[in-house]
Design a protein around this ligand. Structure first.
Ligand SMILES: C[S@@+](CC[C@H](N)C(=O)[O-])C[C@H]1O[C@@H](n2cnc3c(N)ncnc32)[C@H](O)[C@@H]1O
Length: 258
């Protein structure tokens, strides 16, 4: 995302938002992540595997605040490079490692973890893909370990939303209802203990300020205003989010490996 020249016709929604300057690419923003971290009750020395770790911001926040070890897996090489730079700048090389790889090959990562964290990554998988990754998450957790999840929720019109999202974010994103998320987790042996949903404000100005701060929000707005390709795609995505503002929400879940 940092070095590769993006084709704005085909780039995924999260690549476009990252090109606009967005650092946090999850539907409930940092406030939802904070809630998930509170639920987790991390203890110093514990371990976390993060799926789709992007620029490493969640991994860095975890390592700094809770003194735990984090392994992130991310498939985009530019994001991996940027994450590694961020980790060095934070002086956390001994606590955070980012592996370039695919979350469909989690068996390549050795060891078991106290937690698996995944934000804005399961929604974009097919039903089979979701089931495969959830089963692998279960395998990577120690007995009693917790899965911390942050995804999109559709209260209804699931198929209509899937079609519209696929058109504007170029990913076959399939948000589930609350009960379908809980069932998908349970099928993989992940018992949901806590769950919360709220409105999805990823592209609302107030939420962008809250997540990104004043200077980065100004930079994002400048990029959207001055770069036609970015503006076109961001407006398309915004329109779909607005169209489904009553149906499309975020969900956070904390589930225990049975
Ligand atoms: C929507 S972004 C979310 C990033 C980050 N978790 C956050 O909340 O800001 C999804 C991330 O997952 C990565 N990703 C998508 N599919 C992946 C896969 N199969 N294996 C590893 N990473 C993947 C993308 O490159 C991107 O960085």
């Amino acid at each position: 995302m940092t070095n590769t020249i993006l084709n704005f016709q085909t780039a995924t929604g999260h690549e476009v938002l990252a090109a606009a300057g967005k650092k946090y690419l999850r539907p409930g923003g940092r406030i939802a992540t904070k809630k998930l971290f509170q639920w987790a009750n991390f203890q110093p020395g514990e371990t976390v595997l993060e799926l789709g770790s992007s620029f490493g911001y969640s991994a860095i926040a975890l390592a700094k605040k809770y003194h735990i070890k984090v392994v992130g897996i991310e498939k985009n090489p530019d994001s991996v490079a940027r994450a590694r730079n961020n980790i060095c700048a934070a002086g956390l090389e001994n606590q955070v490692e980012i592996i370039e790889g695919n979350i469909f090959n989690l068996e390549a990562i050795s060891g078991k973890f106290n937690y698996v964290l995944a934000e804005a990554i399961l929604t974009m998988q097919s039903p089979l893909g979701k089931a495969k990754i959830l089963a692998e998450i279960h395998n990577r957790l120690k007995p009693g370990g917790k899965f911390l999840s942050h995804e999109l929720l559709a209260t209804n019109k699931e198929e209509q939303i899937r079609v519209d999202l696929a058109r504007v974010i170029r990913v076959n994103s399939t948000p589930l209802s609350e009960s379908n998320w809980i069932t998908a987790f349970a099928t993989a042996g992940l018992q949901v203990e806590k769950c919360q949903t709220d409105s999805m404000n990823l592209l609302n100005l107030g939420r962008i300020f809250q997540d990104e701060g004043f200077f980065n929000t100004t930079r994002i707005l400048w990029n959207i205003l001055t770069q036609r390709d970015i503006r076109k795609r961001v407006l398309e995505i915004h329109q779909v989010f607005h169209k489904y503002q009553h149906e499309l929400r975020y969900i956070i879940l904390c589930a225990v490996a049975q």
